[in-house]
Design a protein around this ligand. Structure first.
Ligand code: SF4
Ligand code: SF4
Length: 146
């Protein structure tokens, strides 16, 4: 991705729109969306028995917005952006991070996840990016190895 091109700007805008939409759905979901205490435990995937999958537009969005060199590899089971229990890229976090809540209704979360994946797939089609749905560690390690 070449930073600053018109295509890239449009791509980033499209991802931002999707995230805005997701946040609105979570906000209006009320009890079904759950209540997060921001403890950060679910960012330690092995311990929490949780998995996070992401798509190429999401990692491109993180890379573009969090400054060069801040896409970190993930050698362990905890997201590298979780520092002392806090998300250091909160504004740019992935759709799965926005949707998942340990006290949410599972059907609500599944429905929302499906809907957002369709939107992210559309972005891939529009910008001719191969669509992938990849576990976080695999995606971060592949991105930082390039
Ligand atoms: S979803 Fe649950 S485990 Fe994850 S940060 Fe929120 S309260 Fe903690
Ligand atoms: S991006 Fe932030 S919210 Fe998502 S897993 Fe990493 S630390 Fe947790």
């Amino acid at each position: 991705m070449v930073a600053g091109s018109e295509t890239d700007k449009r791509l980033l805008e499209r991802v931002a729109e999707v995230y805005e939409w997701v946040d609105l759905q979570v906000c209006s979901g009320g009890e079904m969306a759950g209540v997060c205490r921001s403890c950060g435990d679910c960012c330690d995937f092995e311990t929490f028995d949780h998995r996070l999958f992401i798509t190429p537009p999401e990692i491109m969005y993180l890379a573009a917005n969090s400054g060069s060199g801040t896409v970190k590899p993930m050698p362990g089971d905890r997201c590298p952006y979780n520092v002392d229990g806090r998300c250091t890229v909160y504004e740019y976090r992935f759709s799965g991070c926005r949707i998942f809540c340990c006290s949410a209704d599972e059907d609500f979360q599944s429905g929302l996840s499906e809907a957002v994946l369709q939107k992210l797939k559309s972005i891939c089609v529009e910008f001719q990016i191969p669509y992938r749905y990849t576990e976080l560690a695999v995606a971060l390690n592949a991105f930082t190895a390039v």
